[in-house]
Design a protein around this ligand. Structure first.
Ligand SMILES: C[S@@+](CC[C@H](N)C(=O)[O-])C[C@H]1O[C@@H](n2cnc3c(N)ncnc32)[C@H](O)[C@@H]1O
Length: 161
């Protein structure tokens, strides 16, 4: 598969999953912020704002690279290495954590996976939802079914036990 096709499928999966979650998985999760792990260009942040109104969205990245229209207010933007900066949010009681920080390099992603699952689990409130492009293996995160349009293994959904 070309990298273009792979990119399109990743973003389609991301959008379909976030829509699915907003429509079917947010009952009881009206309170609690959303953590956007990897703001990037801010396209996903823009989608989160539209589909999860009423939630504070806190976005993380090592540098600002987002479009001006999709850049959070300074109080909701955390710049630096997420492994370190997000420690301040481990008790945030997040309703939703979305992480799009896979690189396609197995060695780099393996390093990320030494800390990302624990961070996601600790940041979520009970019943909160984690969505990730990398698998999050953690005893507190129960894997959830994907929408029919998303191939198994392309993207991952979990609910905190
Ligand atoms: C694939 S992009 C995210 C794209 C985003 N979903 C969008 O809508 O544009 C991943 C982003 O995460 C950031 N990132 C990845 N790993 C990071 C880390 N360990 N600490 C800080 N930022 C990180 C990168 O700088 C990059 O901007």
């Amino acid at each position: 598969m070309s990298r273009l096709d792979s990119f399109i499928r990743r973003l389609t999966a991301q959008r379909d999953i976030l829509n699915h979650i907003s429509e079917t998985m947010m009952d009881g999760l009206e309170a609690g912020p959303i953590l956007e792990i990897g703001l990037g260009n801010g396209r996903t942040y823009s989608h989160l704002r539209e589909h999860f109104p009423g939630h504070r969205i806190i976005a993380f990245d090592r540098a600002i690279g987002s479009h001006a229209s999709s850049t959070p207010e300074p109080g909701d933007l955390v710049i630096g290495e997420i492994r370190e900066t997000a420690q301040a949010y481990v008790s945030a009681g997040a309703a939703l954590v979305h992480a799009d920080i896979g690189t396609g390099y197995p060695d780099k992603d393996a390093v990320t996976l030494t800390w990302l699952p624990q961070l996601a689990a600790a940041s979520l409130r009970s019943g909160g939802v984690a969505v990730s492009g990398l698998p999050l293996e953690h005893p507190d995160l129960a894997p959830q079914p994907l929408p029919a349009s998303v191939r198994e293994g392309r993207y991952f959904i979990y609910r905190k036990r």
